[in-house]
Design a binder for this molecule. Structure first.
Ligand SMILES: Cc1cc2nc3c(=O)[nH]c(=O)nc-3n(C[C@H](O)[C@H](O)[C@H](O)COP(=O)(O)O)c2cc1C
Length: 164
């Protein structure tokens, strides 16, 4: 049987929640990017991280860059969580591409270099954050919502077709 795995990197827990829902829908294993197993036996690898200052998070970059040659030729699906994935144009002009597209591009570049074959299916979900872990100020509080996590689960279910 074909196997799938969801690997995520998460500072505040949002990306982990999204990853968990995707894995539930897909029926995949799920691991933190610090504990990546031998990927030889997996056919589909779902990879997720988050956005910092309009860019791919440095830890996400490190995680994707650390993948070994065993991923060559396997299918990859990308997802991200960020404060405003579906709203933020890159340069403030409403016609500019959304920041998430830039980040997906950055992710895709590294993953393609690793030999992964990127699927067109991708997901971006909103996540609450604080600039400083214990400081004041909370943005996009309450996200990802239950509805957004259901969306992530449905997204996971929809990925089953990639395992056929
Ligand atoms: C220091 C910092 C900078 C951030 N910058 C952005 C940003 O430029 N654009 C954005 O959409 N979200 C930004 N975010 C929000 C995170 O991408 C969002 O909270 C994400 O869900 C965090 O995932 P995690 O909880 O898995 O770490 C930032 C968060 C932090 C902590």
């Amino acid at each position: 049987m074909k196997k799938s795995i969801v690997i995520y990197n998460s500072r505040g827990g949002n990306t982990k929640k999204v990853a968990t829902s995707i894995a539930e829908g897909l029926g995949a294993e799920i691991v933190n990017s610090r504990k990546i197993p031998d990927l030889q036996d997996y056919d589909l690898i779902v990879l997720g991280t988050w956005i910092i200052a309009g860019q791919l998070s440095p830890r996400g970059k490190k995680f994707f860059s650390s993948l070994d040659s065993k991923v060559k030729g396997k299918k990859a699906v990308m997802f991200i969580s960020s404060a405003g994935p579906n709203e933020q144009p890159k340069g403030g002009n409403p016609d500019d591409p959304l920041i998430k597209e830039t980040v997906f591009e950055q992710m895709g570049e590294i993953l393609t270099e690793k030999g992964l074959v990127i699927a067109k299916e991708r997901l971006a979900i909103k996540g609450a954050f604080r600039f400083f872990r214990f400081g004041p100020g909370a943005f996009e509080k309450g996200h990802p919502t239950e509805e957004e996590l259901n969306e992530a689960k449905d997204f996971g279910t929809s990925l089953k077709k990639l395992l056929k």
